[in-house]
Design a protein around this ligand. Structure first.
Ligand code: KIV
Ligand code: ZN
Length: 521
């Protein structure tokens, strides 16, 4: 009989906490909805007590997501657990995930406590969380390095206190597959109440073993795997969702387990997460890397032409990579675009056909042919535009040449006003950014900038990714255009609008505090 393995996605928590620039609220919602479409069972949406922004996004994700269970993280203290419950109570069903360290090094050096104190805190936290929901997960942080007697004792106590899922993290990615699988087997053999909870695993990838360790744990009886899209996460990352999901699908007969993941959604979700998180996927990454399904050697190509299963153990189509090439041009009508969007997996209410078609025509005029990737890129780009952006680019022009300074002129709408500015720089992008800087009232520094190609070789769209520092915070923006200067300008405008929204939130907070003070006077 095939067993079901629960997929617990922590892209928005463990993944997000490792990004250079945090995701905007709008981006988090977009990822949460994509995860739901992908079929994950649990979405860990954030760490509500960590900031008002995190609290708000966890709450909004809990409202927006209907089919997956939304979960929040908390340390084993009441304030954290209460913040989780408050943020999540808008959902019909939610999970509170509480954790405390159990390894000697963490207990003694980080927490400066005895193991018994830590055990008492864990028991109290689980009991307290159970007052808000009957779905409580408890994690033994650094379980991979915890003495096995202590680990068995902690797991038993957490289950007795009411934990319905107990998670065994290899927090520092230290264990080997047979060792980690052995820890899980030992728990099943020695913890008397183990059948009262789901055993989960959460592996980090410091030695490149996160997926192997998670699979060894599944073979030993774990029935929840915690993972992230593209394996993003602290340091070397977490267990990669697409890899574990495809292992369980491709080797289902051998493993006798399955997941609820809709595999055809994998490629699309991976692209979205990579783009929004500004985390490129390495070309040779299993399942979602650009080369994962390309065959280079003559012998392999010959084999593939004879029978694709000579060198492919799964098809690219099975993870949603379509090999069909579109031949859309400015002569293609609306119904063709609608039909193509349908075959790419988008329903009519996922996008606005008229505005997508207008953008498609503009692109087709510039490029001639428009491909699947381009179509997804313009859809994706228009979803990022928040109505009434404060800063809007009306015009830009840049001149540069060998041995010369570059000059740029820009025309921007800043709220209700128009600003026209020019500047020089040591290159075209520098000149452009200097000109925009003059037009806006924001003292920012460019922390990271890159240009890449999205789509078909020379015909691809230029993607500019930008990280900007403002008041010790980092903001990420991107722009997609046939012209890389225009793409760079869009990326900067994207970040500046996010900064503007952050300024407005800060102003609202100051106003509320002033009101509070004047009430007290
Ligand atoms: O790596 C870890 O131990 C964690 C826990 C909070 C589950 O992320
Ligand atoms: Zn982790």
């Amino acid at each position: 009989m095939t067993d079901q393995v629960i997929i617990f996605d922590t892209t928005l928590r463990d993944g997000e906490q490792a990004l250079t620039a945090s995701l905007s609220f709008h981006e988090k919602i977009q990822i949460a909805l994509a995860l739901e479409r992908l079929g994950v069972d649990i979405i860990e949406a954030g760490f509500p007590v960590s900031s008002p922004g995190d609290f708000h996004s966890v709450q909004e994700i809990a409202k927006a997501v209907k089919n997956a269970t939304v979960c929040g993280l908390s340390r084993a203290v009441e304030a954290d657990i209460k913040a989780c419950a408050d943020a999540l109570s808008v959902a019909d069903h939610f999970r509170i995930h509480t954790f405390i360290s159990t390894s000697d090094v963490h207990v003694q050096q980080k927490l400066r406590k005895d193991f018994s104190d830590v055990e008492a805190m864990a028991i109290h936290a689980v009991k307290y969380a159970r007052q808000f929901t009957d779905d409580v997960e408890f994690s033994c942080e650094d379980a991979g390095r915890t003495p096995i007697d202590n680990l068995c004792r902690m797991v038993e106590s957490a289950i007795t206190a009411g934990a319905t899922t107990v998670n065994i993290p290899d927090t520092v990615g230290y264990t080997l597959p047979d060792e980690f699988g052995g820890i899980i087997s030992t728990l099943f053999n020695r913890v008397p109440n183990i059948d009262k909870a789901i055993i989960s695993v959460h592996c980090h990838n410091d030695l490149g073993l996160a997926v192997a360790n998670s699979m060894a744990a599944v073979q030993a009886g774990a029935r929840q795997v915690e993972c992230t899209v593209n394996g993003i996460g602290e340091r070397a990352g977490n267990c990669s969702l697409e890899e574990v999901a495809m292992i369980m699908k491709t080797r289902e007969q051998y493993l006798q387990v399955q997941t609820g993941i809709k595999h055809q959604e994998i490629a699309r979700t991976s692209k979205l997460v990579s783009q929004l998180c500004n985390m490129p996927v390495q070309p040779n990454k299993a399942i979602v890397g650009a080369n994962a399904f390309s065959h280079s050697s003559g012998i392999h190509q010959d084999g593939m032409l004879k029978a694709s299963n000579t060198y492919e153990i799964m098809t690219p189509e099975s993870v949603g990579i379509s090999k069909t090439k579109l031949n859309l041009t400015s002569r293609s009508g609306r119904h063709v675009i609608k039909h193509r969007m349908e075959s790419l997996g988008y329903q009519e209410d996922d996008y606005d056909l008229n505005s997508l078609y207008d953008k498609f025509l503009k692109l087709a005029d510039k490029k001639g042919q428009v491909f699947d990737d381009d179509l997804e890129a313009i859809l994706f780009d228009s979803q990022q535009k928040v109505v009434d952006d404060f800063y809007q680019l009306r015009y830009c022009s840049v001149q540069s040449g060998t041995g010369d300074f570059a000059t740029a002129s820009v025309k921007l709408t800043v709220g209700e006003q128009q600003q026209i500015c020019s500047a020089t720089g040591n290159g075209p992008v520098d000149a452009l950014f200097q000109a925009i800087k003059q037009a806006v009232d924001i003292e920012f520094e460019v922390a990271d900038y890159s240009i890449s190609n999205k789509g078909e070789g020379e015909d691809g769209l230029g993607v500019a990714n930008l990280v900007v520092s403002w008041q010790q915070r980092k903001f990420h923006g991107y722009g997609l255009e046939t012209d890389i200067i225009q793409a760079s300008a869009n990326a900067l405008l994207h970040t500046l609008n996010s900064i503007h929204r952050a300024q407005q939130v800060a102003q609202l907070k100051r106003d509320a505090q002033l009101q509070q003070v004047s009430k007290q006077l």
